[in-house]
Design a protein around this ligand. Structure first.
Ligand code: NAD
Length: 313
């Protein structure tokens, strides 16, 4: 976008506070800047703040100072406890919801339990603040490309207000239902993703151990009935695809610990209503074992559960 267009658009765009600038949050925030949204950012990591400062954001030293003068707050935090602490406060800090003006739009894109999202939504509601749970799918590639899928829970009028902003960071924007519905849909998707990734790694390993080339086998399955998202854009075997974590030491991407968190959320949700999830349970068990040593590596490193040599490829 040209600098002229940037400043032309700025007057009509709301100020946004962005909290949580990790693997997903940083590129999402950068896309908002590129689209001309005035952005104030906060993260616990100085490196994360520096990256966004270089991209043109104003750096703040707390969630509250980031949100001063913001009409919209977006968060992209690891888990429910971080979302709780930022919005509702903890022993060390006052929650952001207690300080935001009425009518502020708050969009939490972290993947957390639906029950936690509903607790934050209830408090927001009491304070006259519009809250949406808006978890995403599409990975870090989707965050960089601005092609994420947003799965939103909350009231229709808040969804309508959020949609043009979400459209800067995503391509598909769904209103799943009321508060918490976005999180329920998201964990259904991620339980399936965990199963697909573990199953794809298992199938590739079976072929490789029988003398097949991982790239050839992946192409065959991609054009056959085993086709799935991991084969399309996120192959777990090293050097089958460029620009995916498996070809870069399984760094970056979607951490095993985060997949583990999502699978645990899915299992809790299933247990609460008595839904059977045998495949989800097995995937949870596999990622749990894997995360003991490799929690900080991308979740496609579940490949190493079958073939330890992938660490050195
Ligand atoms: P990440 O760990 O890379 O980033 C999280 C960021 O939040 C870090 O920079 C951390 O410093 C910051 N943070 C933690 N506590 C904070 C606090 N109290 N205040 C301010 N900043 C704080 O995680 P990620 O991969 O960006 O994932 C973020 C969320 O998105 C998670 O809920 C994850 O499940 C979900 N998600 C991730 C992916 C993916 O591919 N990485 C895809 C879809 C959804």
């Amino acid at each position: 976008m040209s600098p002229t267009k940037h400043s032309d658009n700025q007057a009509t765009k709301p100020n946004i506070a962005f909290i949580g600038l990790g693997n997903m949050g940083a590129p999402m925030a950068e896309n908002l800047l590129k689209a001309g949204y005035p952005l104030s950012v906060y993260d616990l990591s100085a490196d994360a703040l520096k990256r966004l400062q270089n991209a043109g954001a104003t750096v703040a030293d707390s969630p509250l100072s980031a949100a001063t003068n913001a009409q919209v707050v977006i968060s992209m935090l690891p888990a429910g406890k971080h979302v709780h602490s930022v919005y509702l406060g903890d022993s060390g800090s006052k929650g952001l919801l207690l300080s935001l003006p009425k009518g502020t739009l708050v969009i939490d894109s972290s993947t957390i339990a639906a029950a936690d999202a509903r607790v934050v939504a209830d408090t927001a509601n009491k304070m006259g603040i519009d809250f949406l749970d808006a978890p995403v799918s599409g990975g870090t590639g989707g965050a960089v490309a601005g092609s994420l899928t947003f799965i939103v829970g909350g009231e229709e009028q808040a969804f309508a207000k959020a949609k043009p902003i979400l459209a800067v960071m995503g391509k598909n924007i769904f209103h799943a239902g009321e508060h918490g519905a976005g999180q329920v849909a998201k964990i259904c998707n991620n339980m399936l993703l965990g199963i697909l990734m573990a199953g794809t790694a298992e199938a590739i390993n079976l072929g490789v151990k029988n003398g097949l080339d991982a790239k050839v086998l992946s192409e065959i399955m991609l054009q056959s009935s085993g086709r799935n998202w991991t084969l399309e854009v996120y192959n777990p075997y090293p050097q089958v695809m460029d620009n995916v974590p498996s070809s870069h030491g399984y760094k970056g991407g979607f951490m095993t610990d985060l997949m583990q968190k999502d699978l645990n959320l899915a299992m809790e949700t299933a247990k609460a209503i008595g839904a059977e999830t045998p495949m989800g349970s097995k995937a949870t068990e596999l990622y749990q074992q894997h995360s003991v040593e490799h929690g900080d590596k991308d979740f496609s490193s579940i490949m190493a559960h079958h073939d330890k040599s992938v660490w050195s490829s």
